[in-house]
Design a protein around this ligand. Sequence first.
Ligand code: DGL
Length: 268
Amino acid sequence: MKRPIGIFDSGVGGLTVYKAIRECFPNEDLIYFGDTARVPYGPKSKETIIEYSVQNARFLLQHNVKIIIVACNTSSAAAIHHLSKITSIPVMGVIEPGAQQAVESSSNHRIGVIGTEGTVRSGAYSRAIHQLAPITQVFSLACPLFVPLAEEGWLDHPVTKTIAAEYLGFFKDKDIDTLVLGCTHYPLLAPVIQEVMGENTRLVDSAQAITTHLGTLLTDEEETQSGKDSFFVSDNEQKFSSIASRILGYEITQLKRVRMFESWFAEE
Ligand code: DGL
């Protein structure tokens, strides 16, 4: 039986991953869930992030997905092991692919990582990078205001530039040649981040890297699928829809809101 690939994030950020997957696998059916009622995850406790992530995965499992992509670094850092325990289908996070790409990109072994408070606090990127390249120096910084700016669609607003300059000043004396965008919302601000960092710093976005990993799990049989898109959010459909069409470059039609009842989801 043909089954879709499930992807979730706390909001619109995971659409950067969605877009990369859709471009690489045009025939796959994809289901996206953005937990827009509870975004941001970054400042929340590990326990809460695990609880939300498990609920999101259960929602996707109700749709009989064959693979779950955790298109959220904060969830990947906190919850990937818990998610693997609730299902036998493959669950893929974004941290390892991002770390691998960063190590391949860096020549001077000095890598910066920006992410949410939860991701930075977890130390997940440092661990993953050190496992691949122990001599690397990793400099990590939480940039919490980037998430609401991306959710608001202020991708090249002057305020975004000011905030980016303020945060990224941290890296001025660190001599990094690679900066990991360790939050799936951040690639939406990549032009501004690149402008502030200068062209000698390479930006790493794990969305591309994850498609390579995904390719190894998919078989030819799926080639005949229709390539259907389905989007679900837990709140604010209109706002999601307008930013989603900016990110994806087309209007999304299959968008539904799901309501949460305790630890369960029901479609309206
Ligand atoms: N996009 C998410 C991430 O990759 C989470 C942002 C948030 O909800 O704080 O970490």
